[in-house]
Design a protein around this ligand. Structure first.
Ligand code: NDP
Length: 247
């Protein structure tokens, strides 16, 4: 059986844990050659690479800290040296931040904007020039990229509004070259960033129509679809994978 992403070379940021690791696994199972970045989780990155390689996939981990956006263009060069071509870029790496306006210090503003926005911009700006017609860019935004659902999240909200906004604008910029750009907006997904247990989590479950958290593989399946052969007429879209949070 031919796998849907066979011979596609895909770069995923923040692939060592959580949603990113589920995306790496799913794309590799679908036949893609996958490079992924990590910053701190060396062991998890090595284990994931080893596990998928043992199953016959081509997978490579890159240490690339998104808190150093200036390093992102070199990452594109390294990936192309290793894989020959970049077909799909999945911008997933991100950090969460919670504090009310008036209480956010400048260093925290810089950290969140560098990782969630500037690195994504620098990487895509370098990658876009190297991509061919038919290529895809998938940006992992958030349901909080279109709605300020609760207080105390303005910094994270603003960073994700930027991710969704860039996605739509880049769809316009790159459409004439046949490159498709979409945003995926997850709702509450069970990861280390947002574990599904506890009082806060129970409140979030109630805010979804389905009354539960999503699992990382439920996001990964949508990313695989947007990267794959059935998504040739979708660009500039924001796909909510949120159990109805933003319904
Ligand atoms: P996790 O914290 O569980 O995992 C984050 C991943 O991003 C890790 O692989 C981590 O790698 C990587 N990462 C973090 N900082 C950096 C950095 N400076 N440089 C490179 N990689 C980095 O988060 P999730 O899996 O939950 O989140 C993934 C994405 O999904 C994020 O963009 C997040 O905003 C978004 N999202 C998540 C939701 C949720 O409910 N979980 C909801 C909506 C959106 P390492 O450990 O090696 O640093």
């Amino acid at each position: 059986m031919i796998k849907p992403l066979k011979a596609q070379n895909i770069l995923v940021t923040g692939g060592s844990r959580g949603i990113g690791a589920a995306i790496v696994r799913r794309l590799a199972y679908d036949g893609a050659n996958v490079g992924f970045t990590y910053s701190r989780s060396d062991t998890a990155a090595a284990e994931l690479t080893q596990m998928l390689t043992a199953e016959g996939a081509t997978v490579k981990a890159y240490h690339a800290d998104a808190a150093r956006p200036q390093d992102m263009p070199a990452l594109v060069d390294r990936f192309i040296e290793d894989f020959g071509r970049l077909d799909v870029l999945v911008n997933n790496a991100g950090v969460f931040s919670g504090a009310h306006i008036g209480e956010i210090d400048a260093a925290e503003y810089k950290r969140v904007m560098q990782i969630n926005v500037e690195a994504l911009f620098m990487l895509t700006n370098a990658a876009a020039g190297a991509m061919q017609a038919g290529s895809r860019i998938v940006n992992i935004s958030s349901v909080l990229g279109e709605r300020a659902a609760v207080a105390g999240l303005s910094l994270y909200n603003a960073s994700k509004f930027a991710v969704t906004g860039f996605s739509r604008s880049w769809a316009q910029d790159l459409g004439p070259r046949g490159i498709l750009v979409n945003a995926v907006q997850p709702g509450p997904i069970n990861t280390e960033m947002n574990p599904e247990d506890g009082e806060k989590a129970d409140q979030m479950k109630q805010q979804t129509a389905l009354g539960r958290y999503g699992q990382p593989n439920e996001v990964a399946g949508v990313v695989a679809f947007l990267a794959g052969p059935d998504a040739t007429y979708i660009t500039g879209a924001t796909v909510n994978v949120d159990g109805g949070w933003n319904a």
